[in-house]
Write a protein that binds this ligand. Structure first.
Ligand SMILES: [Zn+2]
Length: 297
């Protein structure tokens, strides 16, 4: 399922092709996933110029001249195809926008969970979404206010789109690994250092993933490079990049989850714990993260 970096990559790819273009026609063979209806979307969008293409959480947003917005959610398997690049129609094409200049944009969706929605009020249509993790407003203080007083486990909380928008399974696992936090820790158990580390990790992981054009793990999203950089997600049994302990998988709230059992202990280590054999190795495990970040070109 595309997450924030994949949707951001799609928006950046299609922005030069779509901004400034006029929608000449709209057709959909899957009306159940078009809201309020194909007829309304057609009436509100045909003849309108696309003034801006942008992203909110995992939604692709078309701003239209003279008001109104088109929201596209890719869900499990949706993707855009540029008709000119595809001489043969894809049998999973669910919607087609014909544009001025005889170009066309296809919405292709094998599993048919994707959704196309027209709205007059973008703020109302996205009011259920939490803060953008790459926005200026997403500070350590803001993350602290989201975590404090919540006994929920960290991973389900980070996946909750009403709190932080755009994170999914891959980047939550990666963020928790980078910050050394176990996904089953309760949100209110984090101390100030851990909250700051989690904040840094979320932004670092998302920015890096956008630079690598997202993660390609199957045919749904083929153009990413971040799969070569993943440190926890999908690496079950492979050695941890920090401590060489094999990555383990577990289920957290029905989601496949990947952790290093040594770098992400279930319970917080005491800062100056009892003098046991693991003590020095533990501090060694945390150090390379800072070294690596500091020496990155
Ligand atoms: Zn490790």
């Amino acid at each position: 399922m595309p997450e924030l970096p994949e949707v951001e990559t799609i928006v950046r790819t299609y922005r030069p092709r779509l901004e400034g273009r006029i929608i000449r026609a709209f057709e959909s063979s899957w009306p159940r996933r078009v809201a309020p209806s194909v007829a309304v979307v057609r009436r509100r969008t045909v003849g309108r110029r696309i003034t801006r293409l942008h992203r909110r959480a995992k939604y692709i947003v078309f701003d239209l001249e003279a008001g109104g917005h088109l929201l596209v959610h890719l869900r499990m398997s949706g993707r855009f195809e540029w008709a000119a690049d595809n001489p043969d129609a894809d049998r999973h094409t669910r919607a087609i926008w014909t544009l001025d200049g005889d170009d066309a944009l296809w919405f292709v969706d094998a599993r048919k969970f994707g959704r196309i929605e027209w709205t007059a009020d973008l703020a109302a249509a996205t009011a259920h979404l939490g803060i953008e993790p790459l926005s200026r407003g997403f500070t350590v203080a803001r993350l602290t206010s989201l975590l404090r007083g919540r006994a929920r486990q960290l991973k389900p909380l980070l996946l909750d789109q009403s709190l932080i928008a755009g994170l999914g399974n891959i980047y939550v696992d990666e963020s928790l690994f980078r910050s050394g936090l176990h996904p089953l820790r309760s949100a209110d158990s984090l101390n100030a250092d851990e909250r700051a580390a989690l904040h840094e990790a979320i932004r670092h992981v998302l920015r890096k993933a956008i630079r690598r054009h997202g993660t390609s793990i199957d045919w749904i999203y083929p153009d990413g490079e971040m799969q070569d950089e993943l440190t926890a997600y999908g690496r079950t049994g492979l050695p941890c990049v920090r401590c060489r302990t094999p990555i383990e998988s577990l289920r957290v709230g029905q989601r496949g989850t990947h952790i290093c059992p040594r770098c992400q202990p279930r319970h917080r280590r005491r800062p100056r714990g009892p003098n046991r054999p693991g003590g020095t190795r533990v501090s060694k495990g945390a150090a390379p993260r800072r070294r690596r970040a500091g020496t990155r070109p």
